[in-house]
Design a protein around this ligand. Structure first.
Ligand SMILES: Cc1cc2nc3c(=O)[nH]c(=O)nc-3n(C[C@H](O)[C@H](O)[C@H](O)COP(=O)(O)OP(=O)(O)OC[C@H]3O[C@@H](n4cnc5c(N)ncnc54)[C@H](O)[C@@H]3O)c2cc1C
Length: 418
């Protein structure tokens, strides 16, 4: 039931991990924070992801090498990618922009920006995690690195250019022979022909538990949460007016951090952004004793096998379709089939999940000012929203204070919305 108009210092729309981390960064700078979200904090994409803090993942999804892989990605039965063809007319403009971003020049520029975003990511996570006092098994942050491995030599050849690009940027990575992979992860003995270890990466024991911990610490420190769905954004008398199904807020500033649902809110303030959803899935299995010690990614399958608190999560793959389509059982079957080909029988799945990655065609998030003064954006993190949440929060706070680094312009909405 809508109530009387309310006043706020700064309103954050969306309490996923990006909105929560942004609220934290603003609270640290003395702002009074109000969070609006119709659902539970961290309950959408931020809950079921692969839990990996992938500070090494500087290569944009669209890159020159992808073009030669396209036929196999689109048509091979074992492809980790699936396009729901009946949605092609709706998806075509996004796909066109995605392909246009695969030139060497644009790929290099996106890699550079991702590198700048990702370089502080682990330090930003460590600082946030320490401040939360998150000390239960479910809220742990593990720093045991992450592993990409190859089941066939040809997959290593396909990965080589990415390896070289990371080397040139000084990203910590170690190439491993088959026996070295087996030493690191005995469950992969006889399966992995080689791999790359990223020792600086980490993972969360349970992304949802961490988001809940962050939300409760924010509430303890005075953040004001409301179960409201924002329906409109506008400027009114030098302030930002935020309309919702719970009533209206008038704020000095507002941040749109509504993940996959951000585009209509951006459109309301004059920014038309090509935000699409990459649907991804997970399956979870009992895992005592744990089969793996760190996130392990078979390069050809585009998923991660991750040891969470008490369970194994297999999460990933990409499906382009419609956000509201029901879950595709074939995608879940894909995770089980390839997971079992690697780890052996997994038993009954305890949980199956479909989530929506908010993605721009150039693999960069939207961070920075909106067309309407007083509004900032923090969405579109695609495959890296968990990794980049604390860094994004800091950059949004800097952007609102006018102290953001100049390179952040590469993430501004105006790169699309002129
Ligand atoms: C299968 C899979 C695996 C992944 N693995 C990883 C990984 O290992 N590492 C990594 O870094 N990233 C990973 N990601 C990506 C990551 O999960 C997302 O980028 C990240 O969770 C996005 O966070 P967010 O806060 O922007 O969005 P969300 O978590 O979706 O939160 C958006 C919030 O906005 C709210 N909202 C929507 N509309 C409104 C409205 N009108 N008003 C108010 N609130 C609204 C929603 O209720 C929601 O709570 C993965 C994603 C998937 C799907």
């Amino acid at each position: 039931m809508p109530g009387a108009d309310r006043h706020a210092d700064i309103v954050i729309i969306g309490a996923g991990i990006v909105g929560l981390a942004t609220a934290w960064a603003l609270l640290e700078r003395g702002r009074a924070v109000t969070l609006l979200d119709p659902g539970a904090p961290g309950g959408e994409a931020s809950s079921g992801n692969a839990a990996t803090l992938a500070s090494y993942a500087v290569e944009p999804l669209g890159h020159p090498g992808l073009l030669s892989q396209l036929p196999a990605l689109l048509f091979a039965p074992s492809s980790p990618f699936h396009l729901r063809w009946r949605h092609l007319p709706r998806l075509a403009p996004w796909l066109w922009r995605f392909l246009a971003a695969t030139t060497p020049g644009r790929t290099a520029a996106a890699t550079q920006t991702l590198h700048r975003l990702l370089t502080p990511a682990m330090d930003d996570w460590a600082a946030l995690h320490a401040a939360l006092g998150a000390d239960t098994p479910e809220t742990a942050l593990h720093q045991r690195g992450a592993l990409t491995f190859f089941r066939r030599r040809r997959h290593w050849r396909a990965e080589r250019s990415a390896f070289t690009a990371r080397d040139q940027l000084g990203i910590p990575q170690v190439y491993l022979q088959a026996h070295e992979v087996a030493e690191l992860e005995p469950a992969l003995a006889g399966i992995a022909q080689g791999g790359v270890h990223f020792p600086a990466a980490g993972h969360l024991a349970d992304p949802r538990a961490l988001a809940e911990r962050l939300a409760s610490r924010l509430a303890e420190r005075g953040a004001d949460f409301h179960a409201a769905r924002v329906t409109d954004l506008s400027g009114a008398g030098g302030r930002v007016r935020i309309d919702s199904d719970l009533g209206c807020w008038h704020a000095e500033q507002a941040v749109v951090a509504a993940g996959a649902w951000s585009a209509p809110l951006a459109r309301a303030v004059g920014d038309r952004l090509p935000l699409e959803v990459e649907r991804g899935y997970h399956l979870e299995f009992a895992d005592t004793p744990a089969r793996l010690t760190r996130p392990c990614n078979p390069a050809e399958n585009a998923f991660y096998m991750v040891p969470l608190a008490g369970r194994l999560r297999i999460a990933g793959t990409v499906e382009l379709g419609h956000p509201r389509d029901p879950a595709n059982p074939r995608r879940l079957a894909y995770l089980r089939r390839h997971g079992e080909a690697i780890l052996g029988p997994l038993g009954p799945a305890q949980h199956a999940w479909l989530g929506l990655r908010p993605s721009l065609p150039d693999s960069l998030p939207v961070i920075g000012p909106a067309r309407l003064p007083g509004v900032a954006y923090a969405f579109g993190h695609g495959h890296l929203g968990l990794t980049l949440a604390p860094t994004t929060g800091r950059l949004v706070a800097e952007s609102l204070a006018g102290t953001a680094p100049a390179w952040l312009a590469a993430c501004h909405a105006r790169r699309y919305s002129r």
